[in-house]
Ligand binder design. Sequence first.
Ligand code: TRP
Ligand code: ZN
Length: 326
Amino acid sequence: MKLSKLSVRSRTVLVGALAIGGMLASVAPAANAAPVARATATAPATVLAAPDISLANVKAHLTQFSSIAAANGGNRAHGRPGYLASVNYVKGKLDAAGFTTSVQQFSSGGSVGYNLIADWPGGDPNQVVMAGAHLDSVTSGAGINDNGSGSAAVLETALAVSRAGLQPTKHLRFAWWGAEELGLVGSRYYTNNLPSAERAKLDGYLNFDMIGSSNAGYFVYDDDPAIEQTFKTYFAGLGVPTEIETEGDGRSDHASFKNIGIPVGGLFTGAGRTKTSAQVQKWGGTAGQAFDRCYHSSCDTTASINDTALNRNSDAIAYAIWELAS
Ligand code: TRP
Ligand code: ZN
């Protein structure tokens, strides 16, 4: 679904009004200097509209992750063949779309692990906006919500960048992390091995881990204010209330970036915690049940995905990437 309520002009004004935090101070100077120009029909948009991310495409990636797990002992866990098969699936899509990909190897628990990094050519190399998701599952299941959902949505957003031929002001980098389930191992390896000159170029990191929980809530990470506000603005446009994510801050790969001082943000639809009746009033669903009853279990399959939540969050990712990179 698209954020169609806001015209190009009102989006421009909105972005200007929101440029308060550290990261989103990127409104074109001309727009601030000459507000009158924005009122004319011919004024260029400050930010191009983000595309609608196809739920069907995101779900097709989930079907592939599901098949990969089925063909590899039922999971996509670190050190198991289903993990590397997942990396190769995502890498193949990105390579075909024109990304510059690299696979970073690390070792954990006696097995080789892999991070997949994909750079979109162009943009200011000194201002890098990054988005990522962990691609590994636990050993007990296929990990379709945790975290096929974030992996598929970030992949489809990257493919949308390619289809749009996006030429963002900032450089875009996407990442799929290994061994998150063993303690954020892959993302920590990446940040620990990032030279300080490279760290300094990172404007922000957006994390997506579990965004299609069956009994979904709409949680926004409460870290960098500008990133947080970008997501809140998107959901406000949909008329969907959000809450701050509190189910274990530091329990996903954004923590690796936060630890080295990078501004972070992200989205989450809930894991093992129980949905309250107040939250059911906001979002529907079932009170007294977990946001994801299949969290870390064998029933985390395509059947347990909430399409509405996955669709909204996928569109929110694209919206944030388009806004924050321009
Ligand atoms: N990353 C956790 C896992 O894979 C899930 C999780 C729990 C989470 N709390 C979170 C993800 C908060 C993001 C934010 O087990
Ligand atoms: Zn998990």
